[in-house]
Design a protein around this ligand. Sequence first.
Ligand code: SIN
Ligand code: FE2
Length: 226
Amino acid sequence: MTLQIGSSGLRLYPEYFDRQAQGAVLAALRGVLEAAPLFTQRMPKSGRPMSVGMSNCGPLGWISDERGYRYEPAHPQTGRPWPAIPDILLRLWSEVAQYRHPPEACLINYYDPNAKMGLHQDRDEADFSAPVVSLSLGDSCLFRVGGIKRGEATRSFRLNSGDVLVLGGDARLAFHGVDRIYSNTSTLLSEGGRINLTMRRVTRAPSELGSNLGAPESAVLGSSNR
Ligand code: SIN
Ligand code: FE2
């Protein structure tokens, strides 16, 4: 089942991965995080630490520090290239992205029960014709999404373990953020908290003609504007 939320480019696949598949993603991720441990990103200019622990896999990884936001090929602390994106995630991308080139970056976010992420746009990529594909694991969160201008009305809904959210088309540049984590709502992560994975295309791919064929049928999710 797919739920289309507001604008047509925002698609939610509730529990796309069942518990067993979530465990398989997690096992692959543990290997990734051994090679590329979570680290603390810093806000541009102020250098203030972010509350969400991050790492990456894929040819490129998203980095934030005093110099700004950017993608880099290596972990800032180990200096080693990011590990490859696990096959199970590449398969997810090919199933839902409706984009013919593979993702180049997968940002790994770890939220402890007190972590949150302010409203922002994902706009450090060169090609917005590719969607951002997001997978949630572990504790549920309250996710907020708005329009493509800051200050437009937003709506909030829960993302649960196994849910996949696609921000594409007219929602590719939608403001979004995580208001709170609901502790102890999942037993998937022994340490508690929430992991979110977002796969992105970073560089401009060759001609994208025909990449939007085969969109799945969607239902409309009623949700309140706040
Ligand atoms: C992000 O915007 O990078 C993460 C969103 C989420 O944690 O669901
Ligand atoms: Fe984001």
